[in-house]
Design a protein around this ligand. Structure first.
Ligand code: ARG
Length: 455
């Protein structure tokens, strides 16, 4: 492999620690695409002859077909995808194969391949997240007026609508898509043709290869081009935040599907049973939305640690970028798809959602607001009066709306019977019409707006 400088082959342990073919073979299509663009540029710039260029292009097409059909024998003695393909090219076309690596190094080659792969991965994440948003918006429309407790500190706080709750996730996943789009835009520069680290003395046209590969421009600095892995880290950062959002959603599904909450149920398609407890229906997929976020966040942390001590330019440490980023992309893609399936599958128990608010005094804020509006009390005073009324209701074991007018007037004489119009949960949510609020009419409008913004 290394020509004249080496007399004998590597130790078996050297091969084991060094070879990356088992995982970087996933870059074969990108590697061949990059090589074809490089070859065409070498011909156009008269760096190699057109006849050799033609042989190389045909050979690369044959190799692509061999790999696609499973007929390619990957060898770990050939270290990585780049050398495996080059060696096969030499078998197929002979000496001309040796001209392909003119004005190129595996350092710019791998940086190019991985950018091409991650560009597609960004697009795949975007498409998956879009489908998830669509499922959430559909369910939000369906449940625009379904009331449920909204929580702070996991304590029932104020009534909200289920549609509003689901649209909160649409916003999160929208920002996740924005992060992938930003990462994609920044990674879209071509390292190809900077060679090992210093540039090349051959008259390469890096603008030509950049545009052939759909990059916006060639990377400006040769040292940076081969040693930058920000683009992988940014992808992993975007993936980690998206995974964290999915994890929060998974946690809510787990809670909602518990017998204690019983807000919702998943069907047979997204649950498992227990081998010992016949009554069980476990939300494993939702739990795994939580659990799998760990490996994605781990991939980001791991590569940060790999990169943080590396001097310029390329070091072999960087080969450690691939397994975590492939795993993170696979894992996130699967989690997004499973989340989408669960969002469509969830059956919400509307009666239970309503009933769960019965002894939580969730309309206490509505009462305090009414005291401000109708009786012109300062909010702090209204808060205090309401607190006393909650105490009374609690002592009597009834809801705020079940207190008599006389009981209320004993606390605040100005209260009159209009108060009862603000105490129901439907009145409460219907009144929350401020921009971004939970009222059913708002939710209908917000769902329509989200379709415009995201789909
Ligand atoms: N397999 C290597 C990697 O993924 C390719 C680049 C190797 N370059 C080198 N000079 N050894 O990083």
């Amino acid at each position: 492999m290394w020509g004249g400088r080496f007399d004998s082959g590597p130790d078996a342990l050297m091969e084991s620690i060094n070879a990356s073919i088992e995982f970087d073979k996933r870059l074969y299509a990108q590697d061949i695409r990059g090589s074809k663009a490089h070859c065409e540029m070498l011909v156009a710039q008269k760096i190699i002859e057109a006849g050799d260029g033609g042989l190389i292009l045909d050979g690369l097409d044959r190799i692509l077909a061999e790999i696609n059909s499973g007929d390619f024998g990957f060898k770990s003695s050939l270290e990585d995808i780049h050398l495996n393909i080059e060696a096969r090219l030499a078998e197929l076309i002979g000496d001309a194969a040796g001209r392909l690596h003119t004005a190129r190094s595996r350092n710019d080659q791998v940086a190019t391949d991985l950018r091409l792969w991650l560009r597609d991965a960004c697009d795949a994440m975007d498409a998956g997240l879009r489908a998830l948003q669509e499922a959430l918006i559909d369910r939000a429309d369906e449940h625009a007026a379904t009331v449920m407790p909204g929580f702070t500190h996991l304590q029932a706080a104020q009534p909200v609508t289920l549609g509003h709750h689901l649209l909160a996730y649409v916003e999160m996943f929208g920002r996740d898509r924005g992060r992938f789009a930003d990462a994609r835009a920044r990674m879209n520069e071509s390292p190809l043709g900077v060679a090992a680290l210093a540039g090349t003395s051959f008259p390469v046209d890096r603008h030509m290869t950049a545009s052939a590969l759909g990059f916006d421009r060639p990377a400006a600095n040769s040292l940076d081009a081969v040693s930058d892995r920000d683009f992988v880290l940014e992808f992993l950062a975007a993936a980690s935040i998206a995974a964290m959002h999915l994890s929060r959603m998974g946690e809510e599904i787990v809670l909602w599907c518990s017998a204690q909450f019983a807000f919702a149920a998943l069907g047979d398609g997204f649950t498992t049973g227990s081998s010992i407890m016949p009554q069980k229906r476990n939300p494993d997929a939702a739990e795994l939305l939580r659990g799998k976020s760990g490996r994605i966040i781990g991939a980001l942390t791991g590569l940060m640690v790999v990169m943080k001590g590396l001097p310029l330019a390329y070091s072999k440490d960087m080969q450690e970028d691939k397994e975590p980023v492939f795993d993170a992309a696979d894992t996130l893609g699967l989690c997004i798809a499973a989340a989408t399936g669960m969002v469509r599958d969830l059956r919400f128990d509307e009666a239970r959602l309503r009933q769960s608010m019965e002894d939580g005094f969730v309309t206490a804020t509505d009462l305090a607001d009414w005291l401000v509006r109708a009786l012109n009390l300062p909010f702090r005073r209204a808060h205090h009066v309401t607190g006393e009324l909650v105490g009374k209701a609690e002592a009597r074991g009834c809801d705020l709306s079940e207190l008599t007018l006389a009981e209320m007037q004993a606390v605040e004489p100005g209260i009159h019977d209009e108060v009862f119009t603000v105490l129901g949960v439907d009145n409460s949510v219907a009144s929350r019409t401020s921009f971004g609020g939970t009222a059913p009419d708002n939710v209908k409008q917000a769902a329509a707006a989200a379709r415009e913004r995201f789909l």
